[in-house]
Write a protein that binds this ligand. Structure first.
Ligand SMILES: NC(=O)c1ccc[n+]([C@@H]2O[C@H](COP(=O)([O-])OP(=O)(O)OC[C@H]3O[C@@H](n4cnc5c(N)ncnc54)[C@H](OP(=O)(O)O)[C@@H]3O)[C@@H](O)[C@H]2O)c1
Length: 315
């Protein structure tokens, strides 16, 4: 039997989790091995992880017993929930609670919870700057932030990992440049002249792996990561250079963004407004220098563009 420490990765077939699985498996001498958790272990994405050397285990965040079994014997557990599958912050809290309790029951030594801010601690529900989304301001942030405490309540050794906007959203999430009425390509974020901390999603997994490897150093701590912090205008200038086509920055208002009409536009409009209005806090909580100290391979936006620019849909 291998004496490598097992890291059980929730969301292993997804963007964050697959980066962690790959980081573990690429480090042959690192002393760790990856257990990839998925509800669909027969899917092509899951099978591709098995091909790389991951152990595949079926588990569902809605089923605590399945998590207990999947976490059994694991040294570490990475937990991410996917708001965009159901649009329910309550469900994210419930899923995180299942994961925290299961990790405690399985005697896991280190959990990394992939989290975001509960923006209601900055913008109380009574504050009219942003419209309410039920009992939330930014549901896909607030539920994760609310769930932070379920890990401490469960008494499981935890690192709370504040993630950042993925540049990969321009490939997979419809946030790439779009042709405006003037025929020019434009990226549109309601961030004015403020900086948007962002990251290549593959680097989230690399940072998570570094956190596990550094033992107890970050247990009990909340740490934030980003690859670079750029204004929309700076992003557009870098895209113009990389793509060889002019890209402009359209500084829409949060009000206009909320009305874009796609599912989640109201949530994301509030999210960008939060990042804009609390920019010093938001950027400061995600130091690039610290992130690079965790993961020296950290991509800048230029490096991310060089690697992925051909995958960005441009029409
Ligand atoms: N896009 C961004 O810029 C950004 C930035 C920061 C944070 N986030 C957050 O990242 C989260 C999504 O992570 P991602 O980008 O890695 O997602 P993703 O690529 O869409 O993958 C989602 C993963 O979650 C797993 N999953 C979902 N429901 C599950 C369940 N009930 N039980 C077990 N596994 C489940 C899926 O596993 P199977 O289908 O294989 O079971 C899948 O691997 C969202 O909550 C979002 O708020 C996004």
């Amino acid at each position: 039997m291998s004496d490598k420490k097992i890291i059980a990765v929730v969301g292993a077939a997804g963007a964050q989790g697959s980066g962690l699985v790959r980081a573990i498996l690429n480090d042959k001498q690192g002393g760790y091995t990856a257990r990839a958790l998925s509800r669909k272990i027969d899917s092509d994405k899951a099978k591709a992880l098995a091909q790389l050397g991951a152990e595949l285990v079926a588990a569902d965040l809605d089923n605590e017993d399945s998590l207990k079994k999947a976490f059994s014997g694991a040294h570490g557990v990475f937990v991410v929930t996917n708001f965009w599958e159901h649009f329910s912050a309550e469900k994210e809290v419930a899923q995180a609670t299942h994961a925290a309790k299961a990790a405690k029951a399985a005697g896991v030594k280190h959990v990394i919870w992939s989290t975001l801010e509960d923006t209601r601690n900055w913008v109380p529900l009574s504050d009219n700057r942003m419209p309410l989304q039920g009992k939330y301001k930014v549901p896909h942030f607030d539920g994760k932030g609310e769930a932070d405490k379920v890990f401490s309540d469960a008494g499981v050794p935890t690192t709370w990992l504040l993630t950042s906007f993925y540049w990969d959203n321009m490939i997979f999430f419809g946030m790439g440049p779009k042709k405006g009425p003037d025929g020019k390509l434009a990226i549109a974020f309601p961030t004015d002249d403020k900086k948007l901390p962002a990251i290549a999603v593959e680097d989230i997994g690399k940072c998570a792996y570094a956190i596990f490897k550094r033992g107890n150093e970050f247990i009990g701590k909340k740490i934030g990561i980003s690859g670079e912090q750029l204004t929309g205008a700076q992003m557009a200038a870098k895209m113009t250079k990389a793509l060889g086509r002019e890209v402009v920055f359209n500084a829409v208002t949060p009000e206009a963004y909320r009305k874009f009409g796609f599912p989640g536009a109201d949530d994301l409009g509030n999210m960008f407004q939060f990042k804009r209005d609390f920019n010093d806090y938001f950027c400061g909580a995600r130091s690039v220098e610290f992130t690079r100290s965790l993961n020296p391979e950290l991509l800048t936006f230029d490096a991310w563009l060089a690697k992925y620019k051909d995958k960005i849909p441009l029409e």
